[in-house]
Design a protein around this ligand. Sequence first.
Ligand code: CMP
Length: 139
Amino acid sequence: DTQRTLVLVKPDGVRRGLVGEILRRIEAKGYTLVAVELREADEALLAEHYAEHAGKPFLQPLVDFMRSGPVLAAVVEGHRVIEGFRSLAGATDPTVAAPGTIRGDLARDWGLKVIQNLVHGSDGEESAAREIGLWFPAL
Ligand code: CMP
């Protein structure tokens, strides 16, 4: 079935000038960009976005990191795109993310409190619907 997923290029990706490279990989795979916006996320949006991580030790450092600069938010569409984008992105930990993936090719561990792994992708249909509603309420 055709799905939509929320993709974020996190502040590390924007700072490093990797927005074009990351969108290129999504488009080259054959997925469709439905909406794209560069914006600064506020605390309230990020608290909702990361609600499932409430209470985890990395939540505050994660929110601070996500507020350290602009984020590129995108809605991406295609058959099985939720799973497909997660496969393009690679494992959360960039040290072990497979070469060929966005994280495996372009990210590394900087020894910080938060894993800086360039991108976020929704992890299921329910979270995709929730996250798209948060970031793109008009869609
Ligand atoms: P993301 O898929 O956006 O979801 C939560 C984010 O928190 C994750 O990517 C990483 O950036 C970060 N993260 C997840 N687990 C850890 C961890 N154990 N330590 C630090 N940061 C983490």
